[in-house]
Write a protein that binds this ligand. Structure first.
Ligand code: CU
Length: 287
């Protein structure tokens, strides 16, 4: 009976795992692209794979041809030619042309991955040992922390090592700017189906963006070895339709109210002086 159940579970996950945007068993190639950008990454990969295959087959053919045609048996007195200008120019120029053909779309895509023309909102991602912190500067400046759910706390259907308590929530079909940094050591915020793998560097703000077409749950992992908890800080992104996102943001603003736990390092000296003055005034009023 349990065998039957796990059989159907496997079948279910096989056909539905794209909904979860995670890797499938025996998967070849990429996860289904969730963004236009990832679609372009897949197309670039396919193009380069063809170029690679042609080059590899050509070199393989040359190797076989040389060992057959110029073997000691078939070619007892080898030629003493050492230079051939035409061939030397060709085997320098052709690889350059191939590399340029690969480099142009590759650089274009790199630039496109970093910036969009316009953004509808911004979220900030900060890597910590060993969890992620998400900030929403455009929706009340609240922030929260996203920890992996431990094995013993997993609910039915949760994916082990790929489930968090508080996922990053963003709206679908919106250009979301993502600013990425780290609080302690190097991390890397990576979501394969969105084509994102951006280093989180302490003291530096890296930038990427995303526009996810379909609402759903998308998963990734920290992709820069960051210490003993490196494998235990998954990334979960929940993409909601816009109206549901706005409702979530309003609720989250109250749930994660920033004044409950003011981050002292983010308050400027001026602000502290202003609030000290306010306190003094309040005290004066009391007197
Ligand atoms: Cu990490």
């Amino acid at each position: 009976m349990t065998d039957m159940k796990s059989f159907f579970t496997v079948i279910f996950f096989f056909f539905t795992s794209n909904l979860y945007a995670v890797a499938k068993d025996w998967q070849l190639s990429f996860q289904n692209p969730a963004t236009d950008l990832m679609q372009k990454v897949v197309s670039l990969h396919d193009m380069i794979l063809i170029v690679m295959t042609v080059v590899t087959l050509f070199v393989l053919f040359l190797l076989f041809y040389v060992s057959f045609r110029f073997s000691a048996k078939r070619n007892p007195t080898p030629s003493t030619t050492t230079h051939n200008t035409v061939i030397e120019v060709l085997w320098t120029a052709i690889p350059i042309v191939i590399l340029v053909v690969i480099a142009i779309p590759s650089f274009k895509l790199l630039y496109e991955q970093e910036k969009s023309d316009s953004y509808d909102m911004t979220v900030k991602v900060i890597g910590h040992q060993w969890y992620w912190e998400y900030e929403y500067p455009d929706h009340g400046d609240f922030y929260f922390e996203s920890y992996m759910v431990q094995d013993e706390d997993l609910q039915e259907g949760d994916l082990r090592l790929l489930t968090v308590d508080n996922p990053l929530v963003i709206p679908a079909n919106k250009n979301v700017q993502i600013l990425i940094s780290a609080g302690d050591v190097l991390h890397s915020w990576a979501v394969p189906s969105m084509g994102i793998k951006t280093d989180a560097v302490p003291g530096r703000l890296n930038e990427t963006w995303v526009n996810v077409k379909e609402p759903g749950t998308y998963r990734g992992q920290c992709s820069e070895i960051c210490g003993s908890g490196h494998g235990f800080m998954p990334v979960v992104v929940k993409v909601l339709p816009e109206n549901e996102f706005m409702a979530w943001a309003n609720e989250a603003k109250n749930n994660y109210a920033i004044n409950e736990d003011i981050k002292m390092d983010e308050i400027s000296d001026d602000e502290i002086i202003v609030s000290e003055n306010k306190i003094l005034k309040l005290e004066e009023n009391k007197l």
